[in-house]
Design a protein around this ligand. Structure first.
Ligand SMILES: [Fe+2]
Length: 153
């Protein structure tokens, strides 16, 4: 965090989002037994979709520019997002009482756990070295701003 402005850099913002989403998905990862559970899962899936969109808009374009082999790395991350998106689409098309719903949700959760860990352990440390602090703070502000706009919509 920037001591003067209280701004978080993009790595801190996205890592916090990972933690929140992982916790929400962990709470959801059991067979849904009520319509209320299903509504909570739907909200969690929307939050995952928002997070993926934010990374695609603000993180990966920067990775392409700043990180060695960034094109390859960004394409790999996008492919993982596409896999997550397919699982989210499948879940959206299934009734929560369908026998495939819970296994599909568990698969998504595992997929995201691996994806988040890879970003935090491999990608973010490189970005920390290659992207200036000023730029990381600027991107962090943009991500927070985009989240605020989405929350108001
Ligand atoms: Fe990602």
């Amino acid at each position: 965090m920037d001591a003067e402005t209280g701004t978080l850099d993009i790595i801190a913002v996205l890592t916090a989002q990972h933690r929140r989403l992982a916790a929400v998905l962990e709470r959801c990862d059991g067979p849904a037994t009520t319509a209320e559970d299903a509504a909570t899962i739907k909200q969690a899936l929307a939050a995952v979709g928002d997070h993926l969109a934010v990374e695609e808009a603000w993180l990966y374009p920067e990775v392409r520019i700043d990180v060695p082999h960034g094109q390859l790395w960004a394409d790999r991350e996008l492919a993982e997002h596409a896999d997550a998106g397919k699982l989210i689409d499948e879940l959206s098309s299934l009734h929560w009482k369908h026998w495939l719903f819970h296994p599909t949700l568990s698969t998504l959760r595992c997929h995201l756990d691996v994806h988040f860990a890879e970003e935090e352990q491999s990608l973010f440390p490189v970005l920390l070295q290659t992207c200036s602090r000023r730029r990381r703070l600027e991107l962090g502000r943009q991500v927070v701003h985009a989240d605020c706009l989405r929350a108001q919509a």
